[in-house]
Design a protein around this ligand. Structure first.
Ligand SMILES: Cc1cc2nc3c(=O)[nH]c(=O)nc-3n(C[C@H](O)[C@H](O)[C@H](O)COP(=O)(O)OP(=O)(O)OC[C@H]3O[C@@H](n4cnc5c(N)ncnc54)[C@H](O)[C@@H]3O)c2cc1C
Length: 480
């Protein structure tokens, strides 16, 4: 790999577009994961032409390049393991078109999810993947991660909203993939390759997206369960009956405790809570779904069931889930919430068993782990609550992560539901996809023959996440 000529970079994007001060390199060397590394420069393009010139330069000089949206990825996707350039795409943040007659919008990749939804709202539409991080996550980052969210059980993940992409390949070639139509039966859908590619193939510079109508009615309910297994049975029964919830969320006892300690919300002391929502344009249709969701929850042993159409009541019911993530670090003094084994997907019928398994593995290794998530989409989130200053806790976490993902594969699940692979989940991903890794490397080589795009990720990521890069935490004696 060659050295970086910052003068050349400044010629391309201007003086303001290049940063190499130590503070900038520190900030852009980490994301919401446990990892960190240093880039040599941060570059902020504002036009497609600039991206093309940058990728031509990096390709010629064999300089590693990591595209970055808001850096809210939880697994180290934007951590520049091999140094080089971090390409900050937030300077390309224009909504280029909202075309109501075609039912599409065109955006630059640095547009923040909430900003797009703010623009769509007056027209009566919304862009549905909406991760919990929608306040900061960019459309480019969501596509490259195949993000999803609480409503993906009904409205799908990012992949279901992408109709077309413009991407720049190493070398500077601009490709237009997909298009503006809802259907397309015209050869390989190459735009799909970039969904979930984690910046390893090229840089997304424009996306054409579908959106959906904002439902007129939305009703949110809650059911409490003494046993995790009962909540799991309710999820399976709801999905088996063909119900169409617009949200189905599981919250376990660890998360309930954390939220109660941090926010004093007075959630019930039970093993599991299910939040369920139905939405639609016709009140009777929503009533019908809510009746069925209530019925199957009750039949599985749910109690304390209530639901409401009122905005304030819905806010109250959802408060625990909304505050969950920031509350986890308050579970106990000296325990920090780390994004390790942070998400996975398992079949509905194995949901409760998986949550139980996570708790058992955690206990065996002297850790605390929570299990919650968009269970209607098969998504399970975890966090490891641990004393990050202790080397033995990190080693225990590594063992726990490996055991949990072994279980996930065993029950027919997959390594990541929506947060992606990055560095932390690479070992599990490589085990799961072992027969496909060579094919994936061959695909990457077609788009990126010099291997400059986010090198050391996905199929080429290190097997040992604990020693792949420095940790973002101070560990006693620096020993892990
Ligand atoms: C509090 C919190 C809650 C979260 N909740 C959810 C959730 O509910 N659902 C969910 O799916 N995720 C969630 N996440 C994870 C994360 O926010 C999402 O994955 C989001 O999609 C990342 O967007 P970003 O702009 O921060 O991307 P980044 O983290 O900056 O980048 C993510 C990946 O995309 C690549 N990339 C970014 N832009 C481009 C581009 N223009 N071209 C090519 N590649 C690119 C990067 O190289 C990287 O591999 C959460 C994170 C946090 C911190």
């Amino acid at each position: 790999m060659g050295g970086i000529d910052t003068k050349r970079l400044r010629q391309i994007v201007g003086e303001e577009g290049v940063r190499d001060a130590p503070a900038d390199l520190l900030v852009y060397g980490s994301d919401a994961s446990v990892h960190q590394a240093r880039p040599q420069a941060v570059v902020r393009p504002t036009t497609v032409e600039q991206v093309q010139q940058l990728l031509e330069y990096c390709h010629q000089q064999r300089i590693p390049l990591v595209a970055r949206g808001s850096g809210s990825g939880m697994c180290g996707q934007t951590v520049p393991l091999r140094g080089g350039i971090v390409l900050d795409m937030k300077g390309m943040n224009r909504i280029l078109e909202i075309n109501l007659r075609d039912g599409i919008c065109r955006v630059e990749p640095g547009v923040v999810d909430d900003d797009l939804n703010r623009e769509l709202k007056p027209h009566g539409f919304f862009y549905p993947p909406t991760p919990a991080s929608a306040r900061i996550a960019t459309i480019g980052g969501e596509i490259a991660n195949n993000a999803s969210g609480t409503r993906s059980v009904k409205y799908g993940a990012a992949r279901d909203s992408v109709l077309g992409l413009k991407v720049v390949l190493p070398g500077g070639r601009l490709l237009e993939l997909g298009g503006r139509t809802r259907v397309a039966s015209s050869g390989y859908p190459l735009e799909r390759l970039f969904v979930g590619s984690e910046g390893t193939l090229g840089v997304i510079v424009e996306a054409t997206l579908r959106y959906v109508p904002i439902p007129r009615f939305r009703c949110l309910g809650i059911a409490k369960f003494d046993k995790l297994e009962q909540a799991g049975d309710a999820v399976s029964a709801i999905m088996a009956a063909g119900c169409q919830p617009s949200m189905l969320e599981l919250i376990d006892h660890v998360a309930i405790t954390a939220v109660n300690r941090a926010q004093n919300l007075g959630l019930p002391d039970v093993e599991a809570i299910l939040l369920f929502e139905a939405d639609g344009m016709v009140r009777e249709a929503v009533d019908y779904e809510i009746e069925r969701l209530t019925h199957y929850s009750q039949e599985a042993g749910g109690f304390g069931i209530e639901s409401s159409y009122e905005a304030k009541e819905r806010e109250r019911i959802f408060a625990g889930r909304k505050k969950l993530f920031p509350s986890l670090s308050n579970f106990a003094d000296a325990l920090a919430s780390t994004a390790l084994a942070d998400d996975m997907a398992v079949p509905y019928s194995r949901m409760a068993e998986t949550a139980r398994k996570i708790h058992q593995v955690a206990e065996r290794h002297g850790l605390i782990m929570t299990a919650y998530g968009h269970c209607g989409a098969g998504c399970m989130h975890t966090k490891i609550l641990m004393d990050t200053s202790k080397g033995e806790q990190w080693r225990a976490a590594r063992q726990a992560v490996a055991e949990i993902y072994q279980w996930v594969r065993q029950v027919g699940g997959t390594t990541s539901a929506e947060h992606g692979i990055g560095i932390s989940k690479a070992a599990a991903f490589k085990e799961e996809k072992a027969p496909l890794l060579e094919l994936m490397r061959a695909v990457k080589a077609v788009f990126d023959p010099q291997g400059i795009m986010n090198p050391g990720k996905l199929m080429d990521a290190p097997d040992d996440w604990l020693h792949a890069s420095p940790l973002r935490y101070d560990v006693d004696n620096g020993e892990v």
